[in-house]
Design a protein around this ligand. Structure first.
Ligand SMILES: *[C@@H]1O[C@H](CO)[C@@H](O)[C@H](O)[C@H]1NC(C)=O
Ligand SMILES: *[C@@H]1O[C@H](CO)[C@@H](O)[C@H](O)[C@H]1NC(C)=O
Ligand SMILES: *[C@@H]1O[C@H](CO)[C@@H](O)[C@H](O)[C@H]1NC(C)=O
Ligand SMILES: *[C@@H]1O[C@H](CO)[C@@H](O)[C@H](O)[C@H]1NC(C)=O
Length: 247
């Protein structure tokens, strides 16, 4: 077929060229956790303000990195000594202000999500919120019980108030928000400290480029207050209130 022959060469050339570009993409995709792939696709289509960091090949990979920080003996020593009182005094001021503003009361059932050794819980108790508990991958009795914020070990509507400053550690931010909304009672309050202007450390699983990157994930809540804070590298406080009726 002499008439088609001239077209074959350019076609093959283009085919090779496109494979050259596609191959690395296909190869880098394949080992990913399907859940993670879906999450990455979801978040890139719904919001450019929240980016999942690449490089976690599986949920186990992610857990290993988180535990590496949480179990680091040097860090734990610092958290338990030098950091302890300083953090409690700063968090106590945050919680006292939140109570004054009506988002928290002495009778609130309160949860700290990702509480490490429990400084936030100790701060809540010190300002009078007796019924408070923390949750983290590694338990730290008596203040912190074991749990993964992607799948909280609590029944629906367990809490009046939830606080977290570890949103940047969420590999599946949608599950992080969904679980907080599930375990909060209707009308309950979620307070998040996040970093918008600056980047987290190497243990962060996501990067936030605008508050809508977080607030859009809380589909059953209203954003009721935003303010700048100085909270250990986190610069923005978001107060969300779960709607009284569900969708
Ligand atoms: C994906 O998520 C489902 C639940 O949503 C879970 O049962 C499954 O183990 C996850 N798969 C991986 C590879 O993490
Ligand atoms: C954390 O990772 C470092 C290397 O990056 C390693 O030396 C250390 O043993 C790990 N620690 C834990 C608790 O896994
Ligand atoms: C809440 O508890 C704190 C500390 O125990 C106390 O000073 C404060 O008066 C209490 N507030 C109310 C409204 O009971
Ligand atoms: C808990 O809440 C979730 C959604 O937030 C709902 O799908 C589930 O059915 C509820 N479970 C119970 C036991 O009410």
């Amino acid at each position: 077929m002499p008439t088609t022959k001239p077209l074959v060469k350019p076609f093959l050339f283009l085919l090779c060229l496109s494979l050259l570009f596609l191959l690395p993409l296909l190869l880098s995709r394949s080992p990913l956790n399907p859940n993670l792939t879906r999450q990455v696709l979801l978040s890139s289509s719904s919001s450019s303000l929240l980016k999942i960091r690449p490089g976690f090949r599986s949920y186990d990979d992610y857990l290993k990195l988180q535990l590496n920080k949480t179990l680091n003996p040097r860090l734990r020593r610092v958290w338990a000594t030098r950091d302890w009182n300083r953090k409690i005094s700063v968090f106590s001021r945050f919680f006292a202000e939140l109570r004054q503003s009506g988002f928290l009361s002495n009778t609130s059932r309160a949860l700290c999500v990702g509480a490490r050794m429990g400084q936030e819980v100790a701060a809540l108790k010190s300002v009078g919120v007796a019924d408070s508990i923390g949750m983290d991958l590694v338990p730290s009795p008596p203040l912190v019980v074991q749990g993964d914020f992607h799948s909280q070990p609590f029944a629906n509507s367990s809490f009046d108030f939830e606080f977290s400053n570890v949103f940047d550690h969420a590999l599946y931010p949608e599950r992080f928000s969904r679980e907080i909304e599930r375990t909060l009672r209707p009308g309950g309050v979620c307070v998040l400290h996040v970093a918008v202007a600056r980047r987290g450390d190497r243990y962060s699983a996501n990067d936030l480029y605008g508050i809508e990157g977080v607030t859009s994930l809380f589909k059953d809540s209203d954003l009721v207050r935003v303010r700048k804070v100085d909270g250990f590298g986190l610069d923005t406080e978001l107060v969300l209130r779960k709607k009284n009726r569900s969708r």
